[in-house]
Each structure stands twice: as C-alpha cells, then as structure tokens.
Design a protein around this ligand. Structure first.
Ligand code: F0G
Length: 482
C-alpha cells in the first residue's frame, strides 16, 4: 500500500496526483441498461460508452494523462519524415531500455504482426509464459504454434505466490531437449501477464529464461505492454530488488532480452506502440514492414501528438509514485472483494481486479460462458462495463471444436489515475449484491459467432430469460435507486 501510514492503521491507497480535468458520467436506470445490453448482443465490447457508468473494459488507451504529457503534445513536429518528435521518442527509449534500434507501430498488435512475420518460421514453436489473444492470432496465421509454459501456480486462482507470471524454465529446457532448439522460432515473455490476471514475473525468472535462451541461441522477445505493473511488483515483492530504482530494474530486464515490444496504449499512458531491437540484422528485417503496414519509419501510424505524450509517459513510468496508483487501487478492490467472500484472483495483480466466474456462477456450465454471463449481469445491475476473459475469448480449432478456457474471468480493469475510491467502492457494493443473488444469473449462447477474435464483435443471448427476474429483484432491493 501507500508509503503513508494512516493513524488508525487503515490500508488505503493514497494518490500522489490531483485531478484537474474531468469528464461527466451518466448512470442510466436499470430498464435502460437492459435495452442497451440487448442492443449490444450481451457483449460488453458492443455497448456504447454513453450507456456506461464506469468503463472498466480495459486500461488500453484510456489512462489519464499528466499535465506534462498534455503540454508536450503541443510541441509535436508534424514532419512526415525525420520528425523531431520521433527523435525525442527514440532517444527516450534508448535511454530507458538501452537497445539501439526502434521501430514505431500504430499499436501493440501491429508490433506483433511485424515480429511474427519476420521471426516465425512456419511449423515452429513459440514457447511463452502465457498467450495474449492478439499475439496468438498473429503467431498462428504465420504458421507458428504457441506453447504455454507458465508455472503451475500461475493457473491457481487463489494463491499468495508473488510471481504467478513466472515462466516454467525447467519445462523450457525439457522442450528444447525433446524437440531441439531449431524447432523453436523465438521465446516470448509477457510482463504483467494479462490473461491470468495481470500477474507479474520476477527479475530472477526472466534471468533464468534469458540464460536458457542464450545457451541455445534462441531470441527472447519481451512483451512490455504491462511492464509498469510488473516493475512495481518486482520493486515491492522481490527481496533482491528492493533497493534498486525502477530505472535500474527496467534496464536489468531489457538487458536480458533481444527484442522488446509494447502497446503504448498501456505503457506510457498514450496511444501507439513500437519495437525496440538490439541487433542491426533483425532491425533491418523488420524495418520494411513499417512503411508497408504502418506509416513512414518516423511515425509508424502514430499521431505525433501521441508520440510526444508517450515520450513523457515513459519517463513518468520510471517514477514509482506514477506507477503505483493502479496496483494499489487494484489491491484495495481485491482485498475488499475477498473480505466479502467474492471469488477473485489473488494475489492482486496489475491491470485490474479479476473476478472468478467459475466460482461466482458455479451453476453455469463452461459451455454457456459463465464469465460472459457475469459481465453482462454486472453491467445490468451497475452500469459497470467489465470484460469477459474466458471461453468466449478463445478460438475454435480447425475442426470447429471449442476449447474451454483455463480460467473464466470477468476483468474489471483499472485505467490508471482515472477513478476515485468511492467509484471503486460502488463497484464492490454492486458485486456484493450480485453475489448474494448469483443463482439468478443464467448461461448464454451465441446469436452470431464470428470466426476470428469472436469476443470482440460476436453477439450472444441468454439461454433462458434470467434478465427479467434479476431486474425485478434489483427493484425490490434498491427501490427507485439507479
Ligand atoms: N500484449 C498485451 C500483453 C496486451 O495486453 C495487449 C493489449 C497487446 C499486446 C496488444 O496491444 O491493444 O495496443 O494492439 N491489450 C488490451 C487489453 C487490448 O484490453 O488488455 P494493442
């Protein structure tokens, strides 16, 4: 928690910033939320933001900017080629990560496209701690195969393990021994491992992965999109790093990898992305894809204004007081939910609070999308928009079989520096009510199921009408309250 102690010993996060610009919110009555939900095919991705009270869908591109970021945006250099804005971003990345080459991309998945096209040999494996949706898609379309080598504790929903994102290095060694290093294109490590609840890995674990990769001349790629949270956790949970500065930890991590890419919609509090590369040969291979898919080499599809904001945002990421707000709010939310026996991933990670739908609505079979149903029910009773991270977010295999996800989660993302503690308390309150009435929530089925990344724009419907009785119970308990 915060370094400031409260007189009565409460564990409360304390912001080291103040709010200077606000956006008005509306909370629709439940009857209108039902209409909005039906229009959105029960998929929270398809809700209009005007119908949402607290948008906890994601922390992507929705983090609050600082006044220094806003000021920098006015100084952007619009030049198509050779923009001074690019030079400032490039120099900041070299200063922080110490890798010589940088390629800009319009967002994280665009970086994944370039990395996958250049680094994957068809028919090879890409071992990683855990996949991310867009990453897996890019790897698969380029003929690679994702091999998840997360340590077993990573998939335990409740745990007190500080580094659930750790790579199973033993399993990596076994895989190399069994299949040979040539069967592997590269190894990928994801910071703040998204799909298992924003869980970090330790610096020690990254070092072991890196040593194994270097022994076998395998390139190691770091997805640094959620690096800020991972840095905070290394600093606060890894004994050997407690006296290191955030900047020192960052450099120690970067020194262990060959390629580092990021979504600047997360890292750097802006909107964009990019790839930092250590060696010239790899850089040259990747370079051609930037003008082809993104834009000229000195903007790569990003707005120069955003690039200026990212440059300042990256510098702020090196400041503990700037990156601890998210994890501390999440920790508060997770411990309050846990105290009310609401099933939630522990320990608290980065990114957001992750409610365990498998236990919350344990009467809904996985084939009926418990996490999707819970996300829809939560919007109905609160106007809070979360995201399904479970079987809906998986993809059918070539035979059309549906893999059931390892976890069924509703992610309640905590955009950085955006919400107040009373808003977080409102979410906790409505989740508490919903948990007491959980048996009223039913399953869902597809109304329209797209082939690729179906969770983004697929439409669902309740298997039977559980919405009407749930609404009636809400009215009974809350009267005419919103
Ligand atoms: N890698 C990780 C770990 C991510 O969390 C994301 C995006 C990406 C790559 C892709 O980056 O969106 O800029 O193209 N995560 C968002 C989220 C979508 O909501 O968690 P992008």
């Amino acid at each position: 928690m915060s370094k400031v102690k409260f007189y009565r010993g409460q564990q409360l996060p304390l912001e080291m910033h103040k709010v200077r610009i606000i956006q008005k919110l509306t909370l629709l009555p439940i009857e209108q939320r039902r209409e909005a939900l039906e229009t959105a095919g029960f998929n929270t991705f398809l809700l209009q933001n005007a119908d949402v009270f607290l948008d906890m869908l994601t922390d992507s591109g929705v983090n609050a900017m600082s006044q220094d970021q806003q000021a920098a945006m006015l100084m952007a250099d619009d030049a198509y080629a050779g923009s001074a804005t690019y030079t400032r971003l490039h120099d900041k990345l070299v200063e922080i990560f110490g890798m010589e080459y940088f390629l800009p991309a319009h967002q994280g998945r665009a970086a994944e496209n370039i990395i996958s096209q250049t680094m994957i040999r068809p028919g090879t494996l890409i071992p990683m701690n855990y996949h991310f949706t867009t990453t897996k898609q890019h790897i698969t379309v380029n003929g690679g195969e994702v091999v998840e080598l997360i340590r077993p504790e990573g998939l335990e929903v409740t745990s007190d393990h500080p580094f659930k994102g750790n790579f199973d290095v033993e399993a990596l060694r076994d895989l190399i021994a069994e299949r040979g290093a040539e069967a592997i294109s590269h190894v990928r490590m994801e910071a703040g491992t998204n799909l298992i609840g924003g869980q970090p890995f330790s610096l020690e674990n990254l070092r072991e992965v890196s040593e194994t990769c270097r022994e076998h001349s395998l390139p190691l790629v770091l997805d640094a999109s959620l690096l800020a949270d991972n840095l905070h956790f290394i600093k606060t949970r890894e004994e050997a790093c407690k006296d290191m500065s955030i900047r020192e930890i960052t450099r120690a991590m970067a020194d262990l990898v060959d390629v580092l890419y990021f979504s600047a919609r997360k890292l750097g509090f802006g909107r964009g992305g990019g790839i930092c590369i250590r060696d010239e040969e790899t850089y040259k291979k990747m370079r051609g894809y930037v003008p082809m898919f993104e834009g000229f080499l000195t903007y790569g599809g990003m707005s120069v204004r955003e690039m200026e904001a990212i440059t300042v945002g990256l510098d702020e990421t090196m400041d503990e007081d700037m990156i601890n707000q998210g994890p501390q709010f999440i920790e508060f939310m997770v411990s309050e939910l846990d105290r009310r026996n609401i099933p939630v991933i522990t320990p608290a990670g980065g990114l957001g609070a992750h409610v365990d739908a498998m236990r919350f609505v344990d009467h809904i079979p996985q084939e009926q999308y418990p996490a999707g149903a819970l996300a829809a029910a939560l919007y109905l009773v609160s106007g809070v928009r979360g995201m399904e991270r479970g079987t809906m977010s998986e993809q059918r295999d070539a035979e059309g079989n549906e893999p059931l996800a390892d976890m069924e989660l509703v992610r309640l993302a905590m955009p950085r520096r955006v919400f107040t503690l009373s808003q977080v308390n409102y979410v906790i309150d409505r989740l508490d009510w919903l948990y007491q009435n959980r048996r009223m929530i039913g399953g869902m089925e597809w109304e329209e199921e797209p082939e690729i990344l179906r969770f983004f724009y697929g439409r669902m419907r309740p298997k039977q009408d559980w919405v009407t009785p749930l609404m009636a119970k809400f009215r009974e308990d809350f009267g005419d309250s919103l």
